[in-house]
Design a protein around this ligand. Sequence first.
Ligand SMILES: [Mg+2]
Ligand SMILES: [Zn+2]
Length: 192
Amino acid sequence: MRLLPPSTDQVMKKRLLSLIKNIILDRDGVINEVVIRDSKVESPRCLSEYIIKEDFKRFHARIKGKDINLFVVSNQPDIARGKMHESELMEMNNLLLNSYSFKEIVYCIHDDIDSCDCRKPKPGMIDHLIKTYDLNRSEVIFIGDSWKDMEAGISAGIKTVFFTQEYNNPDEIKADYFVTSLLELIDLPIWE
Ligand SMILES: [Mg+2]
Ligand SMILES: [Zn+2]
């Protein structure tokens, strides 16, 4: 008698189950609410506009204590555009660091014209985290609500999750997974 080899599905599931140890989150729209100005989806520019999403609070409570590193990578071009002062960004940053268990929060404060390496869809901020913490790319997943997030994740060679919201459209998006709530991440086959 010979045992059949496990199906590709089983092998794949096993690999994923043992691999993901690090979650990188986009900030605006994922952790905190976006701000609508003149019918445009924009970022909060001061602490009073900075509202943490209930969905994120529930997600954080669920994964607290698990052996998972949480990181944030966020484009904040309003600094380069002179629409927000760096001190405002730091106030929001401190709120996040004081209330939640993020290992590191990275910002790109440039605009397209700066041609930096960090502004998503470039993978610079993700690469920075992978290098700094010596992460294995196969153990990292990135969740965001924009095509720029997904492009950055794909360029960095990590798994991507698109966060579908009422203001974005998943139709043309390339991503490994699609969710409408961070809590759905918990049901993906990425955990121990
Ligand atoms: Mg976003
Ligand atoms: Zn940058």
